[in-house]
Write a protein that binds this ligand. Structure first.
Ligand code: KIV
Length: 271
């Protein structure tokens, strides 16, 4: 998968739905790539999912680059997309290009930014610098303070029309694909029908050109109950706790380490 392919990847043209999953480090990237996902998103959700913050506002370009490099170290076949963190593209377009360059040099093949018509200058500058851009509309978590919380978006006809206008403007500005988060299914379907580039939904219904979910959500690794749109495929958290409990018990009852986990003694331990 690469940026030009994303730009024409439509289910209505007979393409299979795109599979995107977040990854934040080498093991998560390696495991997801072994499962043949199309795109790995180094999401700024690393802030709340991995680093324990309440929202995504607490990660810098340097932190994102650190995680992008860890994901790239897995040398995945999947395309690596990096979130540009809050405030890294809200100033001058020159700063935005420089910040995106840090993420590309860390190993990303595209960057994702949140926002609509208010981000067109940034999209133009990034595209002009040959950096593929993925847009993100609907619930944009970096706007949590302005939105007053994490809420389903585009619930009124007016709001849905504004979102569609934003999507068309971003496409005209040159984005390669568009993430749609937490919008009614008919809005996901209408935006997907209106665009020629791929849409990738998260809580946007079944009609988008692909789906994205968070690694820790689908594996049962989060502390809180996942959102309505998440399907949890395994309870890996329970497996991990059970395995660590067994390790702790073995240490405490003296059965670990055993002979097979111990180096043979030297013939003369004194030397
Ligand atoms: O940061 C992230 O994980 C995201 C997805 C929710 C799309 O942006």
């Amino acid at each position: 998968m690469n940026a030009p392919q994303l730009q024409t990847h439509k289910r209505r043209n007979g393409k299979a739905p795109l599979v995107m999953l977040t990854a934040y480090d080498e093991p998560s990237a390696r495991l997801a790539d072994a499962a043949s996902v199309d795109l790995l998103l180094v999401g700024d959700s690393v802030a709340n999912v991995v680093l324990g913050h309440a929202d995504t506002l607490h990660v810098s370009v340097e932190v994102m680059a650190h995680h992008v490099a860890a994901v790239a170290a897995a040398r995945p076949s999947a395309m690596i997309v990096a979130d540009m963190p809050w405030l890294s593209y809200h100033g001058t377009t020159a700063d935005a290009v420089a910040n995106a360059g840090v993420l590309i040099r860390a190993g990303a093949q595209a960057v994702k930014i949140e926002g609509g018509r208010n981000r067109l200058a940034v999209v133009h500058a990034l595209v002009d610098a040959e950096i593929p851009v993925i847009g993100h509309l609907g619930l944009t978590p970096q706007s949590v303070l302005a939105l007053g919380g994490f809420r389903v978006q585009a619930k009124t006809v007016d709001a849905a029309e504004r979102l569609l206008e934003d999507a068309l403007a971003l496409e005209a500005a040159g984005i390669s694909a568009l993430v749609l988060e937490a919008v009614p299914a008919n809005v996901g379907a209408a935006v997907t029908a209106a665009l020629t580039i791929a849409t990738i939904g998260i809580g946007a219904g079944a009609d988008t050109d692909g789906q994205v979910l968070v690694f820790h959500d689908i594996l049962g690794l989060t502390a809180t109950a996942p959102a309505k749109f998440v399907r949890q495929y395994a309870d890996v958290g329970r497996i991990i706790t059970s395995a660590i409990s067994s390790y702790a018990a073995d240490v405490r009852n003296g059965s670990f380490p055993g002979a097979s986990e111990t180096y043979a003694p030297t013939s003369d331990p004194a030397h």
